[in-house]
Write a protein that binds this ligand. Structure first.
Ligand code: F1P
Length: 316
């Protein structure tokens, strides 16, 4: 087993260690989740989850919040900011946190690096230890930051979610090689809080395996992107709780046009049950999506420890 795969399959003890009580976010007219790359995908998922939990929230790429906050929230100084960064050193995220604080905004930093620059720029630091072998590609740390973000918006994350994620990973591991054989086009579908997770699945595959992958809100897929679908396609459907029947109809259409479908929480050529509350489905599916990236990279003979053009920390 390669090092990246180790950080995926060995992540659950770190989850269990992170199942500690955490305080809640401060009240504010809007909570703005910021981050870059994977951390921005997590921000998107968390903002949707926060809205679902009654906390008005948006997600903004850290650089956008730094450069043009009024494009996202006109009275931006009234916001509370949650900045996500594994390393705590990504220049744009640290600068967005610092600028927010200079404007009198409360900043919560979610990170896997307790003594980082982001921690120093945060009024409150929410931290968890990640797998020590984790390299450029964010795996265990991404799951942990999603977990911590859910905790601070008041979603209870318990042992049952850890067990569900382990089971989903094992089921995906069993099915992955047959599912991806000869396939080169990957589509990730998820709505609400699952959209950020779908984006993260796509980013993981893209980073690890240099394979083009895209994510869409499920029923958006019919409005154009479906024209790319053929017998080279694997679709990953993250079923939501609102209208799963419509999503299943879409899956049937995709299968009829040649796609193989990996369905989390619903039907597919491979169906992986999640068995957790809707607010926790993305977290439960995330390690399985990470593993899929690793498997596609493996099939192409690519090293996921040193992915092309990527660095662990992007500093300007
Ligand atoms: C953010 C990030 C990663 C990406 C790459 C570069 O890092 O964009 O998501 O995979 O490694 O950095 P961080 O701010 O969460 O440390």
């Amino acid at each position: 087993m390669g090092i990246t795969e180790q950080t995926i399959v060995e992540q659950f003890p770190f989850w269990r260690a992170a199942l500690v009580p955490r305080g809640r976010l401060p009240a504010a007219p809007v909570t703005v989740f910021v981050g870059c790359g994977t951390s921005y995908n997590l921000a998107l998922s968390l903002a949707a989850a926060a809205n679902g939990a009654g906390i008005a929230a948006i997600a903004v790429p850290a650089r956008e919040w730094l450069d043009r906050p009024t494009a996202y929230w006109p009275r931006w100084q009234e916001a509370s900011v949650v900045a996500l960064s594994r390393s705590g050193e990504t220049t744009e995220t640290v600068a967005a946190a610092a600028a927010s604080r200079a404007a009198g905004i409360h900043v919560t930093g979610i990170t896997c690096a307790e003594g980082s620059s982001l921690a120093a720029e945060s009024d409150r630091v929410v931290h968890a230890e990640t797998h020590p072998l984790e390299g450029i590609v964010m795996t265990s740390s991404a799951s942990l930051m999603l977990l911590m973000g859910l905790q601070i918006i008041g979603v209870t994350v318990g042992e049952d979610v850890v067990a569900a994620a382990e089971a989903a990973l094992a089921a995906t591991n069993t099915a992955a090689d047959a599912l991806i054989a000869g396939r080169s086009h990957f589509v990730y579908l998820g709505g609400g809080a699952l959209y950020g997770v779908a984006l993260e699945g796509a980013l993981k595959l893209l980073e690890m395996s240099q394979t083009y992958a895209q994510a869409f809100h499920p029923l958006e897929y019919r409005h154009g992107p479906i024209s790319l679908l053929d017998e080279r396609t694997v679709a990953i459907m993250l079923y939501g709780d609102a209208r799963p029947d419509d999503e299943a109809v879409l899956v049937g259409e995709m299968q009829a046009k040649g796609a193989l479908v990996l369905g989390f929480g619903g039907p597919g050529d491979v169906s992986v049950p999640l068995g957790v509350a809707p607010a926790l489905a993305g977290l439960a599916a995330l390690p399985a999506l990470q593993l899929l990236g690793e498997r596609v990279a493996g099939a192409k003979g690519l090293d996921t420890v040193q992915p092309r053009h990527l660095t662990k920390v992007v500093m300007l």
